[in-house]
Design a protein around this ligand. Structure first.
Ligand code: 8YV
Length: 327
């Protein structure tokens, strides 16, 4: 009998068709409103799952799913997984890195430029019919070229943002990360390692690309915003919760910093009501990796992980390889 796989939300039909060649597939091609109990019960009837990076897989869920062997996230971020709990329950965890790196870095830059050059504010101005005459001081923005870019979180996407800044826009690039890059990697993306405080004080544009964890919760709060230049912009393409959104809204409304571009939010899809009041923030609904080609590649990579696991006892992008080694 083929292993039973659940796909938690709608994905491309061609990926479902591919999975059906290998598995009994329970697809949810109309978006389900999962409750925790409903998700746990559905998961418990399967040997493997293709998850979207938002369905919880933690100790309580796993305790109800003794049959489960693998969860393959269709995302590089995996804060929906409690990986140590998955390891204890001998459930393999995989994510979907690399295939989204350049696309997500593009979007980080799109948000940076839109925030710094007030693109969405300008569009609202024109659409509202306010543009009656040319004016020298109309919607002045902040320079991107030749400015200082500060990147917090210097993994693959952070480095791709750095390359865009240094090579494309002649920016001086500062970064802060849990661990310092090798000298070769620093040279390749022309980035200098600094403390978080130095980065916040010196950067004209701060881009957040670090994974969410208890330790990275509110990496940017009121104290950090107070260290930033009043002309600075802040971009979050990482995860909700890395920024204290209430504090950020106050900093934007009071002019403590100039602008922000946000793709992720605390408690998304809800957005803090004070952020909605601020005209100097560009808001996007978590679409950093959203080109069709990239999302399709992410879905195929998640499927590849499931197929490799059940057919060869291996995976392409494991998060807890020790579970595979113990099988
Ligand atoms: C995903 C993301 O599209 O990969 C990530 O971590 O944030 C996005 O690229 C999203 O999580 C849905 O899976």
């Amino acid at each position: 009998m083929k292993p039973a796989i659940i796909v938690s939300r709608p994905i491309y039909a061609e990926v479902i068709d591919r999975l059906r060649n290998h598995f009994e597939v329970t697809a949810h091609q109309t978006d389900p409103e999962w409750t925790l109990a409903g998700w746990t019960q559905a998961l418990s009837a399967h040997d493997g799952a293709l998850t979207m990076g938002i369905e919880p897989v933690n100790d309580a869920v796993l305790s109800a799913c003794p049959r489960l062997k693998i969860c393959a996230n269709l995302s590089v971020g995996y804060n929906n997984f409690d990986v140590p709990a998955m390891t204890r329950h001998r459930v393999v965890a995989t994510n979907a890195p690399d295939v989204l790196t350049e696309t997500t870095a593009d979007f980080g830059f799109a948000l940076l430029m839109a925030a710094a050059r007030r693109v969405t504010e300008a569009e609202r101005y024109v659409r509202a019919g306010h543009w009656q005459k040319w004016a020298l001081d109309m919607l002045p923005g902040m320079a991107v070229h030749g400015s200082t870019l500060g990147i917090i979180g210097m993994g693959r996407i952070g480095q791709a943002v750095a390359r865009r800044g240094a090579l494309g826009f002649g920016m001086r690039v500062l970064y802060h990360n849990r661990s310092r890059l090798s000298a070769e990697a620093e040279a390749e993306c022309r980035a200098s390692y600094v403390t978080k405080q130095a980065l916040l004080e010196q950067a004209d544009h701060v881009v957040l690309v670090l994974p969410y964890s208890k330790e990275s919760h509110h990496t940017i709060g009121a104290a950090e915003l107070a260290m930033m230049k009043p002309t600075a912009t802040l971009v979050n393409i990482a995860r909700g919760g890395i920024v204290d959104d209430a504090a950020l809204a106050q900093a934007l409304l009071s002019g403590q910093i100039a602008a922000a571009g946000l793709d992720v939010f605390e408690g998304e899809p809800s957005v803090h009501p004070d952020l909605l009041k601020a005209s100097n923030v560009v808001l996007a609904p978590h679409i950093g990796s959203s080109t069709r080609a990239t999302r399709l590649a992410m879905a195929h990579l998640a499927a590849d992980n499931l197929i490799a696991f059940f057919e060869k006892g291996t995976t392409l992008t494991p998060l807890n390889p020790e579970v595979l080694a113990a099988i």
